[in-house]
Write a protein that binds this ligand. Sequence first.
Ligand SMILES: CC(C)(COP(=O)(O)OP(=O)(O)OC[C@H]1O[C@@H](n2cnc3c(N)ncnc32)[C@H](O)[C@@H]1OP(=O)(O)O)[C@@H](O)C(=O)NCCC(=O)NCCS
Length: 145
Amino acid sequence: MVQQVLIREFIFTNDYDRTINLWRGIERGMNVGRSDTPEETLKKLERDPDLFLVAEIDREIIGTIIGAFDGRRGMIYHLAVHKDFRGQGIGATLLAEVEQRLKAKGCLKCLMHVLDDNAEAIEFYKNQGWRHATEDIVFVKEFFT
Ligand SMILES: CC(C)(COP(=O)(O)OP(=O)(O)OC[C@H]1O[C@@H](n2cnc3c(N)ncnc32)[C@H](O)[C@@H]1OP(=O)(O)O)[C@@H](O)C(=O)NCCC(=O)NCCS
């Protein structure tokens, strides 16, 4: 039987613990860090709460994506699908939904970071029409360490 997948917006009180558990169980490609504390998650939800989505099957959270729009560029974070549910189009559905919502906000261009050894995610994104921006070098500065 094909299980029904519900894509919906993240609700902090309902979903925070279950989402962190999902991320901690992702074997690679997912860094759960200081931006994922309850405080930082609530801070993120002050902006674009409609871009933080979860995929649910039988009330279990089995996928996530966090989008962001700063008025100029979009960003994608924490796209992940539980390994038991991969290869069923759930990752592609989450990504397409956030892309659609970003476009509706007027976003012209969207970026994301992928670890260079995450060959599976790189293949996945190429498959979804993304391209590796070889013209860019990513610089970073930590404001709090
Ligand atoms: C990347 C990830 C989200 C993909 O989720 P998924 O639900 O398995 O992907 P989908 O089933 O929607 O796949 C969509 C398409 O990408 C392809 N694809 C998915 N994983 C792939 C892989 N490992 N290699 C090649 N192609 C792949 C699928 O074949 C499918 O192609 P189709 O539309 O032609 O059938 C999932 O593998 C994951 O959670 N990985 C671990 C976390 C991670 O690395 N996240 C990315 C952080 S940048």
